[in-house]
Design a protein around this ligand. Structure first.
Ligand code: PEP
Ligand code: MG
Length: 625
C-alpha cells in the first residue's frame, strides 16, 4: 500500500504516475498577472535588477567589440542604450510599477518603456523620435532576457525527473503552456478551480491536476514517486505496484462508444489547439463546437501572430475537419488570459475589464487580422461557424459584425479568395445577453452557452477562486430557470443552441441538461468517452421529469439532493468511464455487469440493457422502464 494517500479536488481529470517536483516561488515562471504577493514583489525587483545589469554588461561587451572594429558610430548608439539602462530614474519607475501595480518584472518594464515611448514619439524633434526606437529595442532585449531566463530556471527544477508532476501554488495559463512543452505530466496545486482557463488548458492537453490543502507540507516529498488519480480525487505518494495495478483507470479509454445516433444529444468537441486532434477523433461528433483561439496568441511571446501565421494554424484545423462543422471562437483575450506583449492598462478587476471586443474598440486591427486569416483558411472547410465571445448587447454584436464586414471588404479589394458562406453566432456568457437573447438571435445563425463565464457573472463569483467556489452554483433553481428560459427562447425562434462551458462535461449534471432540453453539448476531447457512457445510460423522458422536479424547488441544496438520488450510482458512474464495451450498468440495481456473453439482456428501441440476475431483468420488464 502507498505510504501516504491524500484527498484532493479534481481540477483536471486523468490518471498519471510520475515524480513529484516542487516548483517554489523562486522558480515559478513569470507571473503575467497583476496580483503578486509581497514576497513576489521583492523577487520581481531583484529579478529586474539582475537582468537589467546582465543586459548592460552584454552591451558593454558589444561596445568593446564595435570599437575594436572601428565602428564608432554604432558603438555610440549602443552606449546610449547603456546609459538608459543605467538611468536611476528608469529603474526607480520600474520598481514603482512592480510595487504599486503588482506587476511581473517584464510587464513593468513594458509599461514604463511604453509611457516613455509615447512621450518621445509625440515629440516633433527627430532626435527624440529616434530615441523612441532605441527604447523599444531595450525593452525587447530586457523582456526576452527576463522571460527566457525564467523559463530556463523553471525547467532546471524538473528536467532530470521522470514524468514530472509539478507541485505549484496555482495554475496559470502561461505555466500550463510552458509545462506542456517541457514534458510535465500532471499538476498538484493549492489554489484555483476547474473553471479557470488554466484548468481548461490542462484538460485540453490531457494533463491531470488536483487541488490539495497544505501543498507545501509535502515539501519533504520532493522527488518521490506519486500516482495522481484525478478521476477519484486522490494522490498516492510512493504507490506500491499493487496500487498501480489496482488503478484500473490507468487503462487508456477507447473513446468511441456506441453510435452517435444512440445518444439523446449531439456531441461536439472543444479544443485549444488544432494539434490536439486527429481526423478520426471527430468520428461520431458533429465537429468542433469551440476552438479557443487564445492559445495561439499566448504561445507567441513577442507580438501578435501575423495573419499568415494564423492562417497556417487555422488551415491545419480545417484540413482535418473538412466535412465537419467547425466553430472558431474569435480571440477572447483578457480576464486571466493576458499576453506578454500587450499592456491591458490598469485593471482592478480583469474579468470586468478589458476583454474580447472591448479591446477591439481601441485595436480593431487585432480582430480584422484574425478574421481575414479565418476566412482565407475557411475555403478548406465545408461548414465554418464564427463565434463572437462576450457579447453583451446588440450594439456589441453589430460592432463585431461591422469589423467582419471590413475584413471581407479588404480581402475582396485585394482580390484574395475567402469563404463567403459561413455562419455567425454568439457565445451567451453575460447575463445581459440572456435578457437580450430574443433580439440577438435575430442577427445570428446559432448560439452557444458559455456557462463558465455566465455563472461567474450571474452569481458575481470569480471562476478562478476556490475560496468562493461554493457560491458558484449551477444547481441553484434560479440558474436552472435561466437555462430553461434560454432553451425555450432558442427553440421558439428555431435557432440552434449548444453548451460549451465545463458543465457540459460534468457527468452528474448531464441528466439535468438533457432534461432541460439541451440537445447539443460541446466538451473537451478527454471527457468524450465518460460523457458518452453517461449519456448512453440516460433516458430522456426520465431526465425531463428530473428537470421538472428540480425546477419546482427553491434551494440549490434540494436540487443537489434530488440529483444525488437520481445519480445514486454516481460513485459507480465515476467508474463507468473505466468500462470498455464489454461492460454495462444494470438499470435496476446500478451494478456494473458484463455485456459480452450476458444472456440477461433486453432490447428497447435501439438500446440494449444488461442485467445481473433474473430479478432485475424481470423488474425492468414489469416496470416497462
Ligand atoms: C465559457 O465561458 O463557458 C466559455 C466557454 O468560454 P471560456 O471558458 O473560454 O471563457
Ligand atoms: Mg467564456
Amino acid at each position: 500500500m502507498a505510504e501516504i494517500n491524500i484527498k484532493g479536488e479534481i481540477i483536471s481529470p486523468g490518471t498519471v504516475k510520475g515524480t513529484l517536483c516542487f516548483v517554489n516561488f523562486k522558480g515559478d515562471p513569470p507571473a503575467y498577472k497583476d496580483n503578486l504577493s509581497h514576497r513576489d514583489v521583492s523577487r520581481e525587483i531583484s529579478r529586474f535588477e539582475e537582468e537589467a545589469d546582465s543586459v548592460t554588461n552584454e552591451l558593454i561587451e558589444a561596445v568593446r567589440i564595435l570599437k575594436k572594429d572601428s565602428l564608432f558610430e554604432e558603438a555610440g548608439i549602443i552606449k546610449t542604450h547603456i546609459l538608459m539602462l543605467e538611468d536611476a530614474e528608469f529603474r526607480k519607475r520600474v520598481h514603482e510599477k512592480i510595487k504599486v501595480g503588482r506587476l511581473a518584472a517584464e510587464i513593468a518594464v513594458e509599461h514604463v518603456l511604453r509611457e516613455m515611448v509615447v512621450v518621445l514619439e509625440n515629440s516633433e524633434n527627430m532626435l527624440f523620435a529616434q530615441r523612441a526606437a532605441d527604447l523599444k529595442d531595450i525593452g525587447m532585449r530586457l523582456r526576452k532576457k527576463l522571460a527566457k531566463e525564467d523559463s530556463a530556471i523553471f525547467y532546471e527544477l524538473f528536467k532530470d525527473a521522470k514524468d514530472p508532476v509539478l507541485a505549484v501554488k496555482e495554475l496559470l495559463p502561461s505555466l500550463v503552456l510552458e509545462a506542456k512543452v517541457r514534458g510535465v505530466r500532471a499538476f498538484i496545486v493549492e489554489r484555483g478551480t476547474s473553471f479557470s482557463h488554466a484548468a481548461i488548458l490542462a484538460k485540453s492537453f490531457g494533463l491531470p491536476a488536483l487541488r490539495i490543502e497544505n501543498l507545501y507540507s509535502l515539501g519533504a516529498r520532493n522527488n518521490n514517486k506519486v500516482l495522481i488519480d484525478a478521476m477519484n480525487g486522490i494522490m498516492l505518494i510512493d504507490p506500491s505496484e499493487e496500487d498501480i495495478n489496482d488503478v484500473a483507470m490507468l487503462r487508456q479509454e477507447a473513446h468511441s462508444l456506441g453510435d452517435k445516433t444512440q445518444l439523446p444529444v449531439k456531441l461536439w468537441m472543444n479544443i485549444v489547439d488544432p494539434l490536439q486532434i486527429k481526423e478520426e477523433d471527430l468520428k461520431d461528433t458533429e465537429g468542433i463546437g469551440l476552438y479557443r483561439t487564445e492559445c495561439l496568441f499566448m504561445e507567441n511571446r513577442e507580438d501578435f501572430p501575423t495573419e499568415d501565421e494564423q492562417f497556417v494554424i487555422y488551415l491545419s484545423l480545417f484540413e482535418k475537419c473538412r466535412d465537419h462543422q467547425v466553430t472558431i471562437r474569435t480571440l477572447d483575450i483578457g480576464g486571466d488570459k493576458i499576453l506578454p506583449y500587450f499592456s491591458f492598462g490598469p485593471q482592478e478587476n480583469p474579468y470586468l475589464g478589458f476583454r474580447a471586443h472591448r479591446i477591439y474598440r481601441f485595436h480593431p486591427e487585432i480582430f480584422i487580422t484574425q478574421a481575414r486569416a479565418i476566412l482565407r483558411a475557411g475555403l478548406e472547410v465545408s461548414d465554418l461557424r464564427i463565434l463572437y465571445p462576450m457579447i453583451e448587447t446588440v450594439d456589441d454584436l453589430w460592432f463585431m459584425q461591422g469589423l467582419l464586414e471590413k475584413a471581407m471588404h479588404s480581402l475582396k479589394n485585394e482580390g484574395i479568395k475567402y469563404k463567403e458562406d459561413f455562419k455567425q453566432g454568439i457565445l451567451v456568457e453575460v447575463p445581459s445577453a440572456v435578457w437580450n437573447l430574443r433580439e440577438l438571435l435575430n442577427y445570428i445563425d446559432f448560439a452557444s452557452l458559455g456557462t463558465n463565464d455566465l455563472f461567474q457573472y450571474f452569481f458575481a463569483v470569480d471562476r478562478n477562486n476556490a475560496n468562493v467556489y461554493s457560491a458558484y452554483q449551477p444547481e441553484s433553481p434560479v440558474a436552472l430557470q435561466m437555462l430553461r428560459d434560454i432553451v425555450d427562447i432558442t427553440k421558439e425562434l428555431n435557432k440552434p443552441m449548444s453548451i460549451c462551458g465545463e458543465i457540459a462535461s460534468d457527468i452528474n449534471f448531464l441528466p439535468l441538461l438533457v432534461g432541460l432540453g439541451f440537445d447539443n453539448l460541446s466538451i473537451d476531447f478527454h471527457a468524450i468517452s465518460a460523457v458518452r457512457r453517461r449519456l448512453l445510460s440516460l433516458d430522456a423522458s426520465e431526465c425531463r421529469k428530473l428537470a421538472q422536479e428540480c425546477l419546482k424547488t427553491t434551494r440549490a441544496d434540494r436540487v443537489k439532493a434530488i440529483l444525488d438520488e437520481f445519480n445514486s450510482f454516481s460513485q459507480k458512474a465515476k467508474v463507468t468511464h473505466l468500462m470498455d464495451d464489454s461492460e454495462s450498468i444494470d438499470p435496476i440495481c446500478k451494478m456494473i455487469v458484463h455485456a459480452e456473453g450476458n444472456k440477461l439482456m433486453v432490447v428497447r428501441g435501439n438500446k440494449k440493457y444488461y442485467f445481473c440476475c433474473k430479478y432485475c431483468r424481470d423488474r425492468f420488464i414489469k416496470n416497462g422502464t
